[in-house]
Design a protein around this ligand. Structure first.
Ligand code: NAD
Length: 496
């Protein structure tokens, strides 16, 4: 068995004086004090040190933010696309000018290595740039006469105030995936970042607040069942968009049903990686080194469940073991070549380790990793599990850690059936040199994104979102812009 180690970190601090954003809600263009006295510790998961204390907001804070958002929305919506677009471009530019501090905050709050944090921030900037461009190109169906002497015009309108709830795995990027299309479409926003990772969302407000009219973007920090719940419940919020776990998605959809507001859910995943006997096995293993372990596998699209044809399974596992055994693990301070950092929290680390223990007790074999790495910090070794039986919990439930399981199959129908046999439907990949098989298997896979001979490649121009338990609604692309708008038909009678 290969045993990855954690590289020692240099003692240099990641954060300097002035890097941290104000630890307060951002409402109506200003950082305000909370109206109560509970706080959540924000922790660096690599050092276990508390780096900030963030207020736990309540319903009153949400209500105040919604009032500000409502007051600001109409004027924001009236800006012509060119003007809203210019502001979104300025947001992207401001973020690019301050990318260094945002990257360091994200590393300190999540334990991500530099490559991942930089990719998050670059992706965030590009999301704003894409939406700034896309909003100027939006149009609706051409006007026409569909009833005698009646001219129909179709308008696309903003929804109003959008409530946004984000997770801890890509704190700023997930915020951008909602904020950019919501703002582009003319909505105002109240956003609640994850209580574990609120720093870059607050920093965003600090950095770009002066570019936007007061009230267009508001940040309320706090817990899901209080702040998130109030966003889903509030009668003046037109839509709630959440990225998070299935449980939180269900809670939000249930609460939102009372006001019949729109719901947009990006939930969990369990992406199968289907490797056929004619695949380039080396390329597939090399791609999984990134796709399975990027962000420590805390990635809803992670390629975490390999289904490989039995005839090539040994050769594939050999390649995978070599790749995964070479992953450089460490704190972000341990060098720019670190590929994998810690997990986000002690609770999540315990959860991932419990999954591993249970899988091994059930007969799975760790051929790389398999357990925790030395502390301080919540590090789990990049792990490959073989001898995973069909239907095993480790291959069906979202582990959300650096763990890839390997199962085998013997024919195409079996591969498709077993790949689809999970409650999630976010992403999958197919590895084959056959064009026929690549297309036909991709068409039969029940997932919102299917890659052929790739995994986890994203672009702002193309949609991201799931089927089944992974939720509904699309992030990124023109589809996201459309999700944050409503359609109105205006009919003019011009007969005499
Ligand atoms: P989580 O569900 O615990 O928390 C997500 C957010 O929801 C947090 O801000 C939390 O405070 C809030 N929340 C929790 N309970 C709530 C409630 N009752 N009402 C309203 N809000 C509530 O998820 P997490 O642990 O932060 O993130 C990991 C999960 O997110 C994983 O399941 C992952 O697959 C998913 N995720 C999905 C995507 C995607 O694009 N599909 C992207 C990233 C993460």
């Amino acid at each position: 068995m290969t045993a990855p180690v954690r590289r020692a970190a240099a003692p240099a601090p990641l954060l300097h004086e002035g890097d941290l954003p104000p630890a307060r809600h951002y409402i109506d263009g200003a950082f305000l004090d909370a109206q109560h006295e509970q706080f959540t510790d924000v922790v660096d998961p690599c050092t276990e040190e508390v780096i900030a204390r963030i207020p736990e907001g309540g319903a009153a804070d949400v209500d105040r933010a919604v009032r500000a958002a409502l007051a600001a929305q109409e004027r924001w919506a009236r800006l012509v696309p060119a003007d809203r677009s210019a502001l979104l471009h300025r947001i992207a530019g401001r973020l690019a000018d301050h990318a260094d501090v945002v990257v360091r905050l994200e590393m300190a709050n999540t334990g991500k290595p530099l490559a991942v944090a930089r990719d998050d921030v670059d992706g965030t900037i590009d999301t704003f740039r894409f939406m700034a461009g896309a909003l100027r190109a939006t149009t609706s169906m051409a006007a026409g006469e569909y009833a005698t002497d009646h001219l129909s015009v179709i308008l696309r309108e903003p929804l109003g105030v959008v409530g946004v709830v984000t997770p801890w795995n890509y704190p700023l990027m997930m915020a951008a995936w909602k904020l950019a299309p919501a703002l582009a479409a003319g909505n105002s926003v109240v956003i609640k970042p994850s209580e574990q990772t609120p720093l870059t969302t607050l920093k965003f407000a600090e950095l770009v607040g002066d570019l936007l009219p007061a009230g267009v973007v508001n940040v309320v920090t706090g817990l899901g069942p209080t702040v998130g719940h109030r966003l889903a419940e509030h009668p003046d919020i037109a839509m709630v968009a959440l990225t998070g776990s299935v449980g939180s998605g269900r809670a939000v959809a249930r609460t939102a049903a009372d006001t019949l507001k729109r719901v947009h859910l990006e939930l969990g995943g369990k992406a199968p990686v289907v490797v056929f006997e004619d695949a380039d096995l080396k390329a597939a293993a090399s791609a999984l080194r990134t796709a399975g372990y990027w962000n420590s596998g805390q990635e809803c699209g992670a390629g975490c469940r390999v289904l490989v044809h039995a005839s090539v399974a040994d050769r594939f596992v050999e390649h995978l073991v070599r790749e995964v055994g070479e992953i450089v693990v460490g704190d972000p301070r341990a060098g720019e070549d670190v590929e994998m950092g810690s997990l986000v929290s002690k609770a999540h680390y315990d959860r991932v380790l419990a999954h591993l223990d249970k899988a091994v007790a059930g007969g799975a074999r760790a051929v790389v990793g398999g357990g925790a790495l030395d502390g301080p910090g919540w590090f789990v070794a990049p792990t490959v599990l073989t001898d995973v039986s069909e239907g095993a919990e480790i291959a069906r439930e979202e582990v959300f850690g650096p763990v890839v399981t390997v199962e085998t199959f013997t024919d195409e129908d079996e591969a498709v059936r077993r790949a689809n046999d999970v409650p999630f439907g976010l992403a999958a990949s197919v590895w084959t040199e056959s064009g026929r098989r690549g297309h036909s298997v991709a068409a039969r896979l029940d997932f919102g994104t299917v890659w052929v001979n790739a995994h986890l490649t994203l672009a702002n121009e193309v949609p991201w979102g799931g089927f089944k338990g992974s939720g509904y609604g699309r992030d990124l692309s023109l589809y996201a812009l459309d999700d944050y708008a409503r359609t109105k038909h205006v009919m003019h009678h011009h007969g005499r």
